[in-house]
Design a binder for this molecule. Structure first.
Ligand code: AMP
Ligand code: GLY
Length: 429
């Protein structure tokens, strides 16, 4: 059956999803809301914001959409899956109750504990005085998190008590992240190496995707402030077969079962942020959608059809499915705007896109870009482009991505020079 497919979002992750869907024999028309300057070459873009749930329902009804795939977490936590279900519209992504796994850190920790899954010791405080008092009892480093969604921010790894006290005041008293700071979670600091573990689940079966890893800090050598992610690669050697088994059997399957016990059937992407130390994985957090930029290397490695995978999740047939991956490695290097992550500069012209597009096994995924009426592509967000390449090893895939970056330029562009460094070093190449 041929389908009209709508992708919700307008970042690099959504460009990668659209790029993959554009190759699907199931797709009749491909739409995206709101999209960006790269997506509009592959899909009809509609100016509806990703968190405008009512607007997206109206768009899907008007355009006879058969399948909607949601990129970012915001519409999921706002209940887009419930709104679409109420209109009998098919949508890939968890419902509002399930999306609380990302929308509330305290809910996430409760479910982890109910599932017996390994995670940092924690407590939730909705009174600043109680939170401050707790800090005085704990050793440092200690981690302070806004309970709600803070767009990837709102987490402070405090090395001193003063820093932790300040974080509580910023989150709960100054309300830097708005209502997300009505409560904080204070948790034990976990040492180790971070990894992303991204799976599909239909509420019964858990099907892991290929392993991947992102780079969260802005600067080379993992320095400077946290970002949404400055690059990513797949596979990630830190996810050994033993870690894989621990996470599927000891985390994801019990978490899906614990949710089901509460009447929540989780259908969609389930992404565990892990800390791996001495051969043991513990969970830092969950995301209820694909990682950005992890999605970019994953979509380049995915063989087989994304529509088929989404339908298997929605129809609770995931046990029937096997996923095939390109044997090669993929790496994505993000070009960010000057001032990212605090205050990115916008409206800067981007050069070299046509030249970079000629390169073999390389795709320049757009994130924060827009096209003017005259056809000039300008920056319009913090992360601007995600240059992604396939090659035999992580090291050679990264080199291929950097070669394409030499074609590209915009004033103030910043990118990391060491994407994949750990993986490449571990493999001796
Ligand atoms: P989160 O949004 O919860 O993943 O936190 C953002 C980042 O803060 C993570 O990617 C980690 O680098 C760090 N982080 C969060 N929780 C902890 C923890 N308990 N121990 C150490 N680092 C943490
Ligand atoms: N790359 C981390 C995230 O998608 O949240």
């Amino acid at each position: 059956m041929k389908m009209n497919v709508l992708v919700v979002g307008g970042g690099g992750r959504e460009h990668a999803l659209v790029w993959k869907l554009a190759q699907s024999p199931h797709v009749e028309r491909l739409l995206c809301a709101p999209g960006n300057a790269g997506i509009e070459k592959l899909a009809e873009c509609h100016a509806v914001a990703a968190d405008d749930v009512a607007g997206l329902v109206a768009l899907a009804e008007r355009e006879n959409i058969d399948l909607t795939i949601v990129g970012p977490e915001a519409p999921l936590t706002l209940g887009i899956a419930d709104a679409f279900a109420a209109r009998a519209l098919r949508l890939f992504g968890p419902d509002q109750a399930a999306a609380q796994l990302e929308g509330s850190k305290a809910f996430c920790k409760e479910i982890l504990d109910a599932a017996g899954a390994p995670t940092a010791a924690w407590g939730r405080y909705d009174d600043p005085a109680a939170a401050h008092a707790r800090i005085d009892e704990l050793d440092t480093p200690v981690v302070v998190k806004a309970d709600g969604l803070a767009a990837g921010k709102g987490v402070v790894v405090a090395t001193t008590r003063e820093e932790a006290h300040r974080a509580i005041d910023e989150i709960m008293v100054a309300r830097t992240y708005g209502d997300a700071g009505a409560a904080v979670v204070i948790e034990e600091f976990l040492p180790g190496e971070e990894a992303s573990f991204i799976a599909l689940t239909d509420g019964h079966t858990v099907l892991a995707l290929a392993s991947s890893q992102d780079h969260k800090r802005i600067g080379d050598g993992d320095t400077g402030p946290n970002t949404g992610g400055m690059g990513a690669y797949s596979p990630a050697a830190v996810v050994t077969p033993e870690i894989h088994e621990q996470v599927v059997r000891g985390v994801l399957e019990p978490v899906v079962a614990a949710l089901r016990e509460r009447g929540i059937v989780y259908r969609g992407v389930l992404y565990a942020g892990l800390m791996i130390h001495e051969g043991r994985a513990r969970v830092l957090e969950f995301h209820v959608r694909f990682g950005d930029p992890e999605c970019q290397p994953l979509m380049m490695r995915l063989r087989g059809d994304l529509v088929d995978l989404c339908l298997a999740v929605i129809e609770e047939r995931l046990h029937e499915v096997e996923i095939e991956w390109d044997e090669r490695a993929a790496a994505c290097v993000v070009l960010a705007a000057r001032g990212y992550p605090e205050n990115p500069e916008k409206g800067v012209p981007i050069f070299g896109l046509e030249r970079a597009a000629q390169r073999h096994d390389t795709v320049v995924f757009h994130a924060g870009t827009r096209r003017t009426a005259e056809g000039q592509v300008l920056t319009s967000g913090g992360r601007v482009l995600g240059v992604t390449a396939l090659d035999e090893t992580i090291g050679s895939a990264v080199r291929r991505a950097y070669a394409a970056i030499s074609d590209l330029s915009f004033d103030g562009a910043q990118w990391r020079r060491d994407i994949g460094h750990r993986a490449a070093r571990a493999a001796g190449r």
